[in-house]
Design a protein around this ligand. Structure first.
Ligand SMILES: [Zn+2]
Length: 451
């Protein structure tokens, strides 16, 4: 099957070009003019032709604390692919279902849940939580097998996810040389534990921002940047929410292998959402903060290598199932998968050509590189997987929808004119005019090998 995409503006690395794109055998076969005949021709007039997007940070098909996530692999990849996300990265957390298990067992559980149910390709980041000698051996062999991105938390002690600095240093020193890359959730647990709550009304959602102050992020990011530099390992800071952190990363990334992401909620939502009567529905960590104008300016200037969602949606009943007295009992997280492309575009939307190139960079090229998958994903380049988005910036205006599950919409009132005319997954047309084509035949694959 030969498919040619004609008449679009094609995002090549660093420029837009009026080329044709030939897809064949699941790969991008050629980019240029006069590419010969085809079984199918797609007219992309008025559209941008972009590499398929990669959401580097999502939570689906798992339990977090007391609650099952609202999106499983099927619904998460469904809302993703219909909004241009051809690779979904999510997490395997050792012990997340509440019983003791090895990391490899947790990975097998995730793979079983995902198998045959994914509408996009899937890759996993791993979170080990025990460190006996067998665990280290397990971890080293999983890294060798292609699971190179490890995620750690500097908070969530009660959930058993906390990793202290000494352990992080041990991980960096032992696993860095084996090709591991480190993703870290940076909020200083001690600093947050020291927040004076004696006069705080904990039933008010806006106090979530006081409980998890900006300084907690700033302190941990500084410490981790130093530690990663001393150990000489690649560090990726997830979900940056604060201006000083972004500035700090912007400086340090000139000297070391340091990347970071922010998420649509930190670009477009502020504390006023927490002030609403139903403000608990916007509780996520790090929390929403004020001062978004300067934060967006840093994002527009390119300080964040990636924009990812940290999609972590809970069902309406679970999100509302808290004691009404202490916001720390609210299920912690927001949906966002379906919003990613629309809200990333909005950052540069006054200049559509620029926006298209920024999406190609921050939603495809850079996340593929961080994942260690540049040889397969992330660009329109002959030989790579034919994951292609034909994006019309001038579609009819419609509301943004973050998730298809029974969740509260994270971005009510936000609209977009972006229309996904076509999405190709490894050369197969899986979305046409925003509609999923193979709902009963999910074509997504696990990108990493068997556990
Ligand atoms: Zn997360």
């Amino acid at each position: 099957m030969r498919t040619i995409i004609r008449n679009g503006r094609v995002a090549l690395e660093g420029r837009l070009d009026a080329s044709d794109v030939l897809l064949e055998g699941g790969r991008i076969a050629a980019i240029g003019q006069n590419l010969g005949g085809a079984d199918r021709t797609v007219d992309a007039a008025g559209c941008y032709v972009l590499p398929g997007f990669i959401d580097f940070h999502t939570h689906v098909g798992d339990r977090i604390g007391d609650f099952e996530l609202a999106d499983d692999y099927e619904s998460g990849t469904r809302i993703g692919i219909t909004n241009g996300i051809t690779t979904l990265c999510t997490f395997v957390t050792q012990g997340s279902d509440g019983s003791p298990e090895t990391l490899r067992q947790a990975l097998r559980r995730a793979r079983t849940r995902a198998e045959g149910r994914c509408h996009s390709d899937v890759a996993w980041h791993l979170t080990p939580t025990t460190f006996e000698p067998d665990d280290w051996r397990d971890l080293e062999s999983l890294i060798q097998a292609g699971y190179r991105t490890l995620k750690f938390y500097t908070t969530y002690k009660s959930a058993g996810l906390f990793t202290d600095q000494a352990r992080l240093e041990e991980l960096f020193r032992r696993l860095g040389p084996t090709g591991a890359r480190f993703l870290v959730h940076c909020e200083d647990d001690d600093l947050m534990a020291a927040v004076d709550i004696s006069s705080m009304d904990l039933s008010r959602a806006s106090n979530h921002t006081r409980l998890r102050p900006e300084a907690a992020e700033v302190r941990t990011v500084a410490a981790l940047i130093n530690l990663a530099a001393r150990c000489g390992v690649p560090l990726h800071v997830v979900h940056v929410s604060a201006v000083p952190t972004a500035q700090q990363i912007g400086e340090a990334r000139n000297h070391q292998d340091l990347t970071s992401e922010t998420c649509p909620q930190y670009l477009w939502l502020d504390e006023s959402w927490l002030d609403r009567a139903d403000g608990h529905r916007w509780i996520c960590s790090p929390p929403l903060r004020d001062g978004r104008g300067p934060f967006r300016e840093l994002a527009r200037a390119g300080v964040f290598d990636l924009i990812a969602t940290d999609h972590c949606a809970f069902c309406c009943t679970d999100k509302d199932d808290w004691d009404g007295k202490d916001i720390r009992t609210v299920a912690n997280g927001l949906g966002g998968l379906g919003a990613l492309a629309h809200l990333a575009w909005k950052l540069w939307g006054d200049d559509p050509d620029h926006a298209a190139q920024e999406l190609a960079l921050r939603l495809a090229l850079n996340p593929a590189a961080r994942l260690g998958m540049s040889h397969r994903k992330g660009a329109l380049r002959p030989g790579l997987d034919a994951d292609v988005v034909v994006l019309d910036p001038n579609g009819s205006e419609r509301p943004i929808r973050s998730s298809l599950a029974d969740t509260f919409e994270t971005y009510p009132g936000f609209t977009s004119t972006l229309a996904f005319r076509h999405v190709f997954l490894r050369g197969e047309s899986v979305v046409e005019e925003g509609q999923l084509m193979h709902a009963e035949r999910p074509l997504g694959l696990a990108l990493q090998g068997p556990a």
